[in-house]
Design a protein around this ligand. Structure first.
Ligand SMILES: NC(=O)c1ccc[n+]([C@@H]2O[C@H](COP(=O)([O-])OP(=O)(O)OC[C@H]3O[C@@H](n4cnc5c(N)ncnc54)[C@H](OP(=O)(O)O)[C@@H]3O)[C@@H](O)[C@H]2O)c1
Length: 276
């Protein structure tokens, strides 16, 4: 990471720059308006997915901003689209829906054990070569899957997007990402709102005039972890972006880490991999 205080910065992964604060858009309502407002607030990183059904709206807002070249747009291949032919077809379809010059970052949304990883990553690397996407990455990958992906991918894997917040211990997967020089992108970074009202986070935040969710987000960015909180509310868009005028002490970082456990996971599905 280049900077943790002052103006928002980003992580540079193998030459690909990922702004450290992004906007999540899963289940976001009124997408064009909210993404537009987020860009006006200063967000330069928008997270969408084929599964969210809102790529067209995200693209519309990015184009309308007039700031396209500054913004990183991530989208994700849904697990049923990981066979090479589907990667190619639906990757191009995502780009068409976004209506942009290229996807910036294309991820495997969830691993699919029914499709060889080498085939999927090979097809994604081809899309990168063709300019459909600028970079590729993964999401919901475990340590074992990261190791396999790094071994078989023809193109660099710039990130692993995983659930990450103070209540879930992700030490193992974070260490594996660091080992391979990949960014960690934290989804559900305010624990779907649970960071609000948490006594420890609120007490620490009060010292800096910050809220529990801001402490949760600062805890992550201070470790160089990219965050993509989602909110429909303009005041919270600003709140979730105001992370660069305070710094948590080492003791506070340790106290927040102590809130985490292996069973603090919120997002878990029948198709989830065997978590670390
Ligand atoms: N790769 C994956 O499998 C995966 C899985 C899940 C999510 N994601 C991505 O990560 C993004 C974020 O994760 P998420 O949506 O699961 O959870 P989140 O960002 O941790 O939480 C969103 C919820 O918290 C509330 N909230 C946001 N900021 C707040 C604040 N400052 N104070 C109090 N409440 C606040 C929002 O409500 P209001 O709208 O009412 O503010 C919303 O209900 C998603 O939108 C999606 O882009 C990816």
């Amino acid at each position: 990471m280049t900077k943790t205080s002052g103006m928002p910065s980003g992580v540079d992964v193998k030459g690909f720059k990922l702004p450290i604060v992004g906007l999540g858009t899963w289940a976001l309502r009124d997408v064009v308006r909210v993404v537009g407002e987020a860009i006006r607030v200063g967000y330069r990183h928008i997270d969408t997915a084929q599964m969210y059904g809102n790529e067209a709206e995200v693209g519309e807002a990015v184009r309308a901003s007039g700031l396209r070249s500054e913004i990183v747009v991530t989208t994700k291949l849904q697990p049923t689209n990981l066979a090479p032919r589907e990667v190619e077809r639906t990757g191009k379809e995502s780009l068409r829906k976004l209506g942009l010059d290229a996807i910036d970052l294309l991820l495997i949304h969830w691993p699919n054990p029914g499709v060889p990883l080498a085939d999927t990553l090979g097809a994604m690397a081809k899309l990168k070569q063709e300019g459909v996407t600028r970079a590729i990455g993964v999401s919901n990958f475990t340590v074992a899957l990261i190791e396999e992906a790094v071994r078989v991918s023809p193109a660099p894997i710039v990130c692993n997007q995983v659930e990450c917040h103070p209540f879930l211990n992700q030490d193992k997967v974070i260490a594996a990402c660091r080992k391979h020089g990949m960014a960690v992108v934290a989804y559900s970074p305010v624990a779907r709102g649970e960071a609000s009202g948490n006594k420890v986070l609120e007490r620490i935040g009060a010292k800096y005039g910050k809220t529990g969710p801001q402490v949760s987000l600062r805890y992550l960015v201070q470790q160089g972890i990219v965050v993509i909180p989602r909110t429909n509310k303009l005041p919270r868009l600003k709140e979730n972006f105001a992370l660069f005028d305070f710094e948590l002490s080492d003791a506070e970082m340790r106290e927040i880490h102590a809130l985490s456990s292996r069973d603090g996971r919120i997002v878990d599905w029948s198709w989830s991999p065997n978590w670390d």
